[in-house]
Design a protein. Structure first.
Length: 426
């Protein structure tokens, strides 16, 4: 701000300085200027004075000339009245040449005494300083300087605040869960320090989340063996309501561990996809048959067979989770609709239940997120908040996208998967 004020003030001063049309070498003061002219004219007229030359210069320059000698007194015909306030000194025969300024009311008078001749010149005043000033020139120079300052300040501010744009991009990456990319700012000022602090914060958060995820996965792996032993032990228990409830609990816990481990595999380099060509419609029918007691509530809608090049088992898990989610939160018919274009295959799973609140639509794909009241499971059981998160990971691993819409109790999950030929990389 201080720099801008200084530059603008300097621009105004320079503009007004250049607006004066003055030569490079400034003229002498008015008094000195008059002396120079009077001395030059006295030299030209000479002593004894030449009245013809005096008349010539008086008419040409429009000035008054008066010559006084012991023999005559001559005055130029220029219509100028002599109103000398101070009386002229009498010339002395033995005096040296001297020059004297006389005060006049409207013009400058110079008296030069040489030998026995007194030269009196009544000169015009010098032009006032205002006559050297051009308003138009001042405005043009001022606009030019202000334009240059504006352009310079634009690039200066752009350089100063460029780290802020980098920080904004970094915060957007962090909001998506990407903590791996550091902000590169080669500055040592406050903004550079802020960028380094931001990188340190991002690294700490990323490491903390990584340790939590590793801990969760370690626990999941350790729970696999006890769950397997529990399932074997349940087979030895006689059938009863308690056994059925225990089996359901064990199955849900096993499903949660499977989803946790599967989501981690999709994020790791060792969990690469295994693509193959398969009929998506046939796969949907296979998944429908897995829901033995509720398969009559599932409708597969497609106009033609759809061939997809993708990881079949992952797509099977995607269909199973979406259909299971729709069955849990509605009692109406669940529609699974397929369509395709030359570039994409679209999968929609629709159900009619209580719907999803708008504030929850953007969060339902986050891990362990559960709505409180918008979608209550019809059977009274609660989920773990991992199914839709795993669906999102599977779709993103295939280069697609998944969205959710819910209006008037009708919920639609839409999946877009790109069409790929055999041999294309995923």
């Amino acid at each position: 701000m201080v720099v801008a004020v200084v530059l603008i003030n300097a621009a105004v001063v320079m503009a007004f300085r250049l607006a004066f049309d003055l030569p490079e070498d400034p003229p002498p003061s008015p008094r000195g200027y008059a002396r120079v002219i009077a001395t030059y004219l006295a030299d030209e007229i000479g002593s004894p004075p030449d009245t013809l030359k005096a008349r010539k210069y008086a008419e040409k320059l429009g000035i008054g000339i008066r010559l006084e000698t012991p023999d005559f007194v001559w005055t130029s015909p220029t219509p100028v009245e002599w109103d000398i306030v101070e009386p002229a000194p009498l010339p002395l025969p033995d005096s040296k040449p001297r020059t004297r300024m006389l005060r006049q009311r409207d013009r400058r008078a110079v008296m030069i005494v040489r030998d026995e001749t007194v030269f009196s010149f009544k000169l015009r005043d010098l032009p006032p300083p205002q006559s050297f000033f051009s308003t138009e020139r001042a405005v043009l120079w001022l606009l030019l300087f202000l334009s240059l300052i504006g352009v310079g300040l634009f690039f200066l501010l752009r350089h100063m605040f460029s780290p802020i744009q980098t920080l904004i991009a970094g915060t957007k990456r962090i909001s998506t869960g990407d903590f791996s990319t550091a902000i590169e700012v080669n500055r040592r000022d406050e903004l550079g320090e802020l960028a380094h602090s931001f990188n340190a914060m991002s690294a700490r958060i990323g490491n903390m989340l990584k340790r939590e995820r590793e801990l969760l996965l370690d626990v999941s792996h350790e729970l696999r063996s006890p769950l397997t032993r529990m399932k074997v032990a349940l087979e030895l228990i006689p059938d009863s309501d308690a056994k059925t409830q225990l089996q359901n609990d064990v199955d849900e816990l096993n499903a949660m561990l499977t989803e946790l481990l599967e989501s981690e595999r999709l994020q790791s380099s060792n969990g690469s996809l295994k693509p193959s060509h398969f009929d998506l419609t046939e796969l949907a029918e296979e998944v429908r048959s897995e829901f033995r007691e509720e398969h009559h509530r599932i409708a597969i809608e497609t106009e033609q067979p759809i061939s997809l090049y993708a990881d079949k088992e992952r797509i099977r898990l995607l269909l199973r989770n979406l259909i299971s989610n729709a069955l849990k939160y509605s009692q109406s018919l669940v529609r699974v609709h397929f369509s395709q274009t030359p570039s994409h295959i679209t999968l929609r799973v629709l159900d009619k239940g209580k719907g999803i609140a708008k504030e929850d639509l953007k969060k339902i794909f986050e891990p362990f997120y559960r709505t409180d009241s918008a979608r209550v499971r019809m059977n009274g059981a609660g989920g773990f908040g991992l199914g839709l998160y795993l669906c999102k990971k599977i779709v993103e691993a295939h280069g697609g996208s998944i969205t959710a819409q819910s209006e008037a109790g009708e919920t639609c999950f839409e999946v877009q998967l790109p069409q790929r030929a055999k041999g294309d990389s995923l």
